[in-house]
Write a protein that binds this ligand. Sequence first.
Ligand code: ADP
Ligand code: MG
Length: 359
Amino acid sequence: MIQIEHLQKSYGSLQVLRDVTTTIQQGEVISIIGPSGTGKSTFLRCLNLLDQPSGGKVWINGVNLLAPKTDVTKLRQKMGMVFQSFNLFNHLSILENVCIGPIKLLGKTRIEAEKRGTELLKMVGLAEKTTAYPDQLSGGQKQRVAIARCLSMDPEIILFDEPTSALDPTMVSEVLGVIRNLAKEGMTMAIVTHEMGFARDVSNRILYMDEGIIYEEGTPDEIFDHPKGEKTRVFINRIRNYHCRIDNANYDLYALSGELITFCQKHFLSAKTQYNIQLLVEEMLQVIPLDSGLDLAFNYSERSGQLTLEMLLTDDKQIFGPAAEKELDPISLSIIKGICKSIDEEIEEGQLRIKCVLN
Ligand code: ADP
Ligand code: MG
């Protein structure tokens, strides 16, 4: 459906896309992942000519996008785009937002456009909101309107540029739910996202971009479980882990708690797991002496579903274990033991490493 060959884009002397070659087949769902600043947004913008490529070729259903006589407006209509910021018209009602494109650009009558618009709003769960204005909606609802508006133009492919990154964590899943349904219905989509759990289960193919090229591409299993390239491995490992350093007892518990929630949501961990992680950290930080600081890391293996917490601190005596545990607050201890399947400790050169596997 889309064929991209040696696509390049520079802004002045800054070469953002160096050489991007890939194809997108009809019905494919492709997630594009990678560090920020590597050209993911630029890539999507070049595909629908919001940015003019500096070199290379793009064919859409056999039509050369960059040929001078190509009807760009028409081609662009076939490609919907959903942005991080929803770009709704604030002075128009939700239904009008969804109808304006088809009326102005596709020549539909108001009646036709409203009929289809109402159906689309129903599909994204906003049938009740047709007469509301964007300001009256939550971020998640606005993004769903943006998706409905995009669908109103009957696109053949939808390009999503981080559709959930401007949202409150609580609203991410309602938007991902809508995208997931589109995937089920066979919509062709290219999605730039940081939601790895989602990318993994919605996509046929993952493109890992780094420094202006597609550094590695493969199935979700290949990319997430067996990344071949060094950079892919580093990236995948980093996002799978949560790590932080706590320097002393005056650490910011609320900030830490927020980061842990974000980590859980990225991996679609259950509300119960999320609660347990927070409780475990809170209780651990009660019983572990913090005077010399502590490194804390969660690691989640998507394959086994196993979650481990590792803590490293300067200490030369055990905290857990039959003899040492007597010193601990019994309530904290029983909470910790209720959450963990196992707790192992290791002392090496004045460093104490505690490894807990969560239930
Ligand atoms: P990503 O989406 O992967 O985070 P982008 O495609 O947004 O990356 O940006 C890649 C690089 O291109 C960044 O260094 C960014 O500063 C630069 N860039 C993006 N758009 C422009 C622009 N319109 N003018 C100049 N530089 C830009
Ligand atoms: Mg971007």
